[in-house]
Design a protein around this ligand. Structure first.
Ligand SMILES: *[C@@H]1O[C@H](CO)[C@@H](O)[C@H](O)[C@H]1NC(C)=O
Ligand SMILES: *[C@@H]1O[C@H](CO)[C@@H](O)[C@H](O)[C@H]1NC(C)=O
Ligand SMILES: *[C@@H]1O[C@H](CO)[C@@H](O)[C@H](O)[C@H]1NC(C)=O
Ligand SMILES: *[C@@H]1O[C@H](CO)[C@@H](O)[C@H](O)[C@H]1NC(C)=O
Length: 391
């Protein structure tokens, strides 16, 4: 709007210079003077305001300017529904609220079938940082036995989780809702029973707290395990061009956790139209809902990668799982030094998208946690922990 005003202001100036209508017949030299002043007016304008003066931009070059479309009013391809307008306005304002706490904590939310095999390792990780974290456990099939004092009495009411269905997303939302009850929780990390920490607590705390970014894995996969899972029933709210894929293991800021809980519109669409065996396709809500939702609602607020490392390089149905003998100092050093993310599209093409991990605009290693480790890896991890976690 600022720019459109500038343009109109310009016209006003010209009118003053060229004079009002009741003097139509200008003599030839007068014409030239007017023309010259007009041209110099724009030249000076584009010199003094090389970037901001979109009027000058528009007239003198269309490619040299940042974006002409920036000063045109947005042209929505369609009229939004009541629910979409509501969803967008609520998210926009929630994202603006600055939520502060005197004692900011990270909520570690464990999504697990039962007992956590690496509780002893996590105990070592948390020790000495008691006032800066809180733990929530959603055990979906059996009551866990806890060995660490930090995990005792931290189980939340849970429900059965069927892999690949919306019940997985429901469990994530249940964890978020429970963790949001504590106003000190500022960042929310979703972890599985096969996850382990890659750094010491201070490193993880600063990495997550000193940024406004949520780490939600999200990329476009045109292949059979990506866009082919999209259903046109999701229209008009979710278009195919916005459909995204990614690992479910997110970490997010409090504002983002709030908009996830506030969302009913997109959640309902994915609940209804993204499920296994839907019209002969398999769609898994935990791999698409939040990934697509954030891409649509706050694309620049997410990093597009997950801080939990997993190795898909073998190209199998399941990622590489580490056994006890695989867990060496070298392996852990390798994982902690990775500073680029790799996304491989599905299908024949197998296009590889490699991106530098940028943390507040700076190159940093990408990962804070890793999966998947067999329970038998515990002793090796305990033995190596103090060594590999030193920054
Ligand atoms: C996060 O955003 C707030 C509000 O916009 C700002 O004051 C703060 O400096 C930002 N923090 C970081 C680490 O960028
Ligand atoms: C994440 O991807 C979206 C496009 O999907 C992009 O607009 C956004 O800038 C990316 N985020 C970062 C931090 O690069
Ligand atoms: C660590 O990375 C190096 C270089 O990429 C590789 O040669 C080596 O096999 C890796 N070691 C382990 C244990 O993953
Ligand atoms: C840990 O590091 C120390 C000093 O670098 C080394 O002496 C020790 O052998 C390492 N421990 C393991 C288990 O690698």
């Amino acid at each position: 709007m600022k720019t459109a005003q500038g343009w109109r202001l310009g016209i006003g100036d010209i009118q003053i210079m060229t004079g009002p209508r009741h003097r139509p017949q200008l003599k030839r030299p007068m014409w030239i003077i007017v023309l010259v002043s007009l041209v110099s007016f724009f030249l000076i304008g584009s010199y003094v305001y090389p970037r901001q003066s979109y009027a000058a931009c528009y007239i003198f070059s269309s490619s040299g300017c940042k974006s002409i479309s920036e000063w045109l009013p947005p042209t929505p391809s369609r009229v939004f529904t009541d629910e979409e307008i509501a969803a967008r306005v609520v998210s926009r304002d929630l994202l603006k609220i600055s939520i502060q706490s005197k004692n900011p904590k990270i909520a570690f939310m464990f999504l697990t079938p039962g007992s956590l095999p690496f509780e002893k390792l996590w105990d070592k990780f948390f020790h000495g940082h008691e006032d800066r974290f809180s733990i929530y456990i959603h055990a979906s099939s059996e009551k866990p036995r806890h060995v660490s004092r930090y995990f005792v009495d931290r189980d939340i009411r849970s429900e059965k989780v069927v892999w690949g269905t919306i019940s997985m997303v429901d469990a994530e939302r249940r964890l978020l809702a429970n963790a949001l009850q504590d106003p000190d929780n500022q960042h929310f990390v979703l972890l599985s029973d096969s996850c382990v920490p890659l750094h010491n607590f201070d490193y993880v705390y600063n990495y997550l707290m000193d940024t406004n970014m949520s780490f939600v894995d999200s990329f476009e996969d045109p292949g059979p395990h990506g866009n082919a899972r999209y259903s046109e029933h999701m229209l008009p709210e979710v278009e195919k061009k916005d459909f995204r894929k990614g690992a479910q293991w997110f970490s997010m800021k409090r504002q983002h956790a709030l908009i996830v809980l506030a969302d009913n519109l997109y959640y309902s669409i994915f609940k209804q139209y993204c499920k296994p065996g839907m019209e002969g396709r398999n769609c898994y809500a935990d791999e698409h809902y939040l990934q697509t939702f954030f891409h649509m609602i706050d694309p620049i607020g997410i990093a597009n990668w997950s801080v939990t490392h997993v190795d898909w390089s073998e190209g199998k149905w399941h990622p590489k799982s580490y056994r006890a003998q695989d867990v060496t100092y070298e392996l852990l050093k390798n994982i902690t030094s990775i500073d680029k993310t790799t996304h491989v599209t599905s299908g024949e093409k197998k296009e590889t998208q490699i991106k530098q991990c940028l943390w507040n605009g700076m190159k940093r290693p990408c990962y804070l946690f890793a999966r998947k480790f067999y329970p038998e890896a515990l002793d090796n991890l305990m033995h190596l922990f103090s060594n590999y976690t030193t920054v």
